[in-house]
Write a protein that binds this ligand. Structure first.
Ligand SMILES: [Zn+2]
Length: 293
């Protein structure tokens, strides 16, 4: 329990806490392996990260186990290899290839997708059903890969962890297993709370770049956002739109269009791959209508 000390001023106690928190954090970082400046975007963009890739992968793995316990994974080996093939094509042109990425489909009506730290990427069948070509799938996939490249998840965990460490210190508990639990807790909640508006805009921007590099027509991103705008009225959980800070769909369309216009004339070789996507879409399980109450 936290005991107040009557002969010390409040600010002295606070200072002591901050000092201790920094020491604990420094020790932990030392124990877990520091990663200083890492590449987090196209053209060598760098960010400062406290935790290295090993820690990120270990945290992501634990969050992933939790996600798997709570979800129904689509049991279709063709979809599994299709989504992995599209994902790997985009990873190959991305700015982060130091991870073994994992791709999977969750059988759920939600119109959404998400990425966990460490490269775990999930699509809901509800989202796959509103797309009509592979370029649209690549648009969502490259957006999710961009969250991993930019370490948006880990930056969030890092922020939450510093807050939790302060809490742990006050209650006299800063064991590293507890810190890992805290990281998993923060990580899990971020899946449902989403990222900031600027992180989302960044993922959209990198995503359009990566999908074009991988040979997809970036107009697929515009088409994807247009489908979202249509679906938005029916379902609030659209493509990470659980988030208050998410950019409005119309703003995403406008930003994508001006980014594509700035690319100049698009190569005629950039693909939409409509027919292969339509064949895969036909394999998705049928939506089971919920009985009316
Ligand atoms: Zn996002």
């Amino acid at each position: 329990m936290f005991k107040t000390t009557s002969n010390k001023s409040h600010s002295q106690i606070q200072k002591k806490h901050v000092l201790w928190r920094n020491i604990v954090l420094a020790l932990l970082v030392g124990a877990l392996g520091v990663s200083a400046c890492v590449t987090t975007g196209p053209r060598g963009k760098k960010s400062f990260l406290l935790f290295g890739t090993d820690y990120e992968v270990a945290t992501g793995k634990q969050i992933n186990e939790q996600v798997r316990l709570e979800s129904t994974i689509l049991d279709d080996s063709l979809w599994q290899s299709y989504i992995t093939e599209v994902g790997e094509k985009l990873v190959a042109v991305s700015d982060r290839r130091d991870l073994g990425y994992h791709f999977a489909v969750i059988d759920s009506d939600q119109i959404n997708a998400f990425a966990l730290p460490g490269g775990y990427i999930y699509f809901y069948t509800g989202l796959l059903r509103i797309m009509d070509n592979e370029a649209q799938l690549a648009a969502v996939m490259s957006h999710e890969i961009s969250h991993v490249v930019a370490r948006h998840g880990m930056k969030r965990v890092q922020k939450g962890l510093v807050a939790q460490l302060g809490y742990a210190f006050v209650f006299g508990d800063s064991e590293s297993s507890q810190v890992r639990d805290a990281a998993v807790g923060v990580g899990l909640s971020l899946v449902f709370a989403g990222y900031s508006r600027s992180a989302e805009a960044e993922a959209d921007r990198y995503g359009i770049e990566y999908m074009s590099l991988a040979g997809y027509n970036p107009q697929g991103a515009v088409g994807m956002f247009e489908h979202l705008a249509e679906a938005g009225g029916r379902n609030a959980n659209a493509f990470e739109k659980l988030v208050a800070g998410h950019p409005e769909t119309q703003a995403r369309i406008d930003n994508a269009e001006s980014q594509i216009a700035a690319m100049g004339e698009l190569s005629s070789g950039l693909r939409f791959n409509r027919s292969v996507y339509q064949r895969m879409k036909a394999r998705l399980p049928e939506v089971i209508e919920k009985p009316a109450k």
